[in-house]
Design a protein around this ligand. Structure first.
Ligand SMILES: NC(=O)c1ccc[n+]([C@@H]2O[C@H](COP(=O)([O-])OP(=O)(O)OC[C@H]3O[C@@H](n4cnc5c(N)ncnc54)[C@H](OP(=O)(O)O)[C@@H]3O)[C@@H](O)[C@H]2O)c1
Length: 360
């Protein structure tokens, strides 16, 4: 074989490798480190058994699904949120479908905005199980309104809940982890903790604050390598987040999340979260395309990211004003069309969510 032919073969192989990687990236639903960990890393089934895991926001959406998947791994679970009935429902399903017994699950009602109750709640968990291996800071709320139309109370509420509530609970749990020199603090942040989008400036602010806080805390804990601080940043995932999103006033919620079929399945998001926990990843991005690509652009090519965000954001505000789009991350025109179709369909969901909100 001549050296020229060999060279051509090498070039062809390199091109093929690039194409394969490109196709893999286009099909990816998580950042490349996370997907590598899924392929080659430690399994949640080996790493997370026998742990005590405290999940906030366990009454719905991502937290609820996390409870179900954790219950199959044989962990001891603490389920927290405000709605006790919903937590009891989640507990029952964990017992029916998981590997846990009654004594392995503690339902612990908790309001993240009631910071004075966090110390007592932490003591209750320690009294019940003797340790906390993983704290999953998941409870939170989104927003769907333009800054100029929105009361400052909405901003206060989002910071109180998403940011200060999470920081407060972490402050109560961390001394225990420091004492044991081990533990995992896993915070469900958001794609909107990395990038920014219109109609959710308060939510973005709270999630950016959380990311800054936990990145800084991690640097303060370098003397404790057994304590892992993890930021999970999902893109759009099926849940009640849009239903419960605040509008211009704290008393108003979106109510109707509309069709969610275009969003990532909750089970897939949670599986990737568990892989992240098992492999002690510091930050993971969990999103289908084109959201994943946007996260990479924001990280590595911010000028391009701004250009695209401004174009799409303008369209999004137009759609919002004409009453089409709902989710803070459904930024593509295609998604907006999907949402428009579902606009008329889900009035009953809207009413149910409003009743639910009024009952709280
Ligand atoms: N779904 C997405 O597209 C997406 C994307 C990125 C990030 N996230 C993040 O994922 C997390 C979970 O949201 P989700 O999507 O699963 O939404 P969800 O279905 O609305 O669940 C939110 C959970 O937070 C709890 N919560 C709300 N206010 C609370 C309070 N004051 N005190 C304690 N718990 C409270 C709710 O329980 P109660 O009402 O019973 O208190 C509920 O269990 C949030 O932090 C959200 O920002 C979601």
């Amino acid at each position: 074989m001549s050296w020229q032919l060999l060279l051509w073969l090498l070039v062809l192989c390199a091109l093929l490798a690039v194409v394969v990687q490109l196709v893999r990236f286009l099909r990816a639903d998580g950042d490349l480190t996370l997907l590598w960990a899924e392929w080659q890393g430690r399994r949640p089934e080996w790493e997370l058994t026998d742990m005590v895991v405290w999940v906030t926001g366990a009454s719905s959406g991502i937290g609820e699904e996390l409870a179900y998947q954790l219950s199959k791994l044989g962990v001891s679970l603490v389920l927290s949120a405000r709605r006790v009935q919903e937590l009891e429902r989640v507990k029952r399903r964990c017992l029916e479908n998981g590997n846990l017994k009654e004594k392995d699950i503690l339902v612990l009602p908790l309001d993240l905005t009631d910071r004075s109750s966090h110390e007592v709640a932490t003591k209750a968990v320690l009294q019940e199980f003797g340790k906390i291996d993983i704290l999953v800071n998941n409870g939170g709320r989104s927003q769907r309104s333009l800054f100029v139309d929105t009361s400052l109370d909405v901003y206060k509420e989002l910071i109180e809940l998403n940011y200060l509530g999470t920081v407060s609970l972490t402050k109560c749990v961390l001394p225990h982890m420091i004492e044991r020199k081990q533990g995992k603090i896993v915070t469900v942040n958001s794609f909107l903790g990395i990038v920014s989008a219109p109609l959710c400036s308060g939510y973005c602010a709270s999630k950016h604050a959380l990311r800054g806080f936990f990145n800084s805390l991690r640097t303060e804990l370098t003397a404790y390598p057994g304590i892992i601080v993890s930021n999970i940043c999902p893109g759009p995932v099926q849940s009640n987040i849009v239903n419960n999103a605040l509008k211009e006033e704290v008393t108003k919620i979106v109510g109707n999340g509309g069709d969610q079929s275009h969003k990532m399945a909750t089970s897939r998001c949670v599986r990737l979260m568990l892989i992240s926990m098992a492999n002690d990843l510091k930050e993971v991005w969990i999103a289908d395309q084109p959201f994943l690509l946007m996260a990479y652009l924001w990280q590595y090519m911010p000028t391009w990211a701004w250009w695209i965000t401004n174009k799409v954001g303008k369209k999004r505000i137009e759609n919002f004003k004409s009453g089409v789009a709902r989710s803070s991350m459904d930024v593509s025109v295609g998604n907006d069309m999907l949402l428009q179709k579902s606009n008329n369909r889900d009035l009953s969901t809207y009413e149910m969510a409003r009743t639910d909100a009024n009952q709280r």
